[in-house]
Design a protein around this ligand. Structure first.
Ligand code: ZN
Length: 155
């Protein structure tokens, strides 16, 4: 009886620890995401990259947010878009087919397009889908903060 109680206690502690780690990771992910989105907009000068729009700006993931977890906070993988260019314009939007994205990336973002293609050729889908570790998230946050600081200094 006593032994069982002890095991139950240990299991409880492990469960709490796991939950705490999960919470910590979630907090880091949220912070990295916010910094990434902020940087994408700042870099674009708070303007849509594909039209003259400056309202309702979104930070768009060029490669899928859910499939390419390794590129989720990678600034090569972001584009600043107004809500229309992001999702809604009938004439074309990031989320409405390949041509729109391809045209923009080949004409305006060639280096980032090459970067993303090279990434795809050198990583499996399973690798790309790995979420960042706690250490990677901490390093990513630091780097994003540095990039934002750099941009703020330049302007
Ligand atoms: Zn736009």
């Amino acid at each position: 009886m006593k032994k069982k109680t002890k095991i139950t206690k240990i299991v409880k502690v492990i469960k709490i620890t796991k939950a705490q780690i999960k919470k910590k990771i979630k907090r880091l992910e949220n912070k990295a995401y916010k910094l990434w989105a902020l940087y994408i907009k700042l870099r674009a000068g708070n303007k849509c990259e594909t039209c003259p729009g400056t309202k309702y700006l979104n930070s768009h993931h060029i490669e899928s947010y859910s499939v390419f977890k390794q590129l989720r906070y990678d600034v090569h993988n972001g584009a600043c878009a107004c809500a229309g260019c992001h999702k809604y314009f009938k004439t074309g939007a990031w989320h409405k087919g390949f041509t729109f994205a391809y045209n923009h990336m080949t004409t305006k973002r060639k280096e980032d397009l090459d970067y993303l293609l090279t990434y795809q050729f050198t990583h499996s889908e399973a690798e790309a889908n790995q979420p960042l570790t706690e250490e990677e998230l901490v390093a990513t946050i630091k780097e994003l903060e540095r990039l934002i600081e750099e941009l703020n200094h330049d302007t």
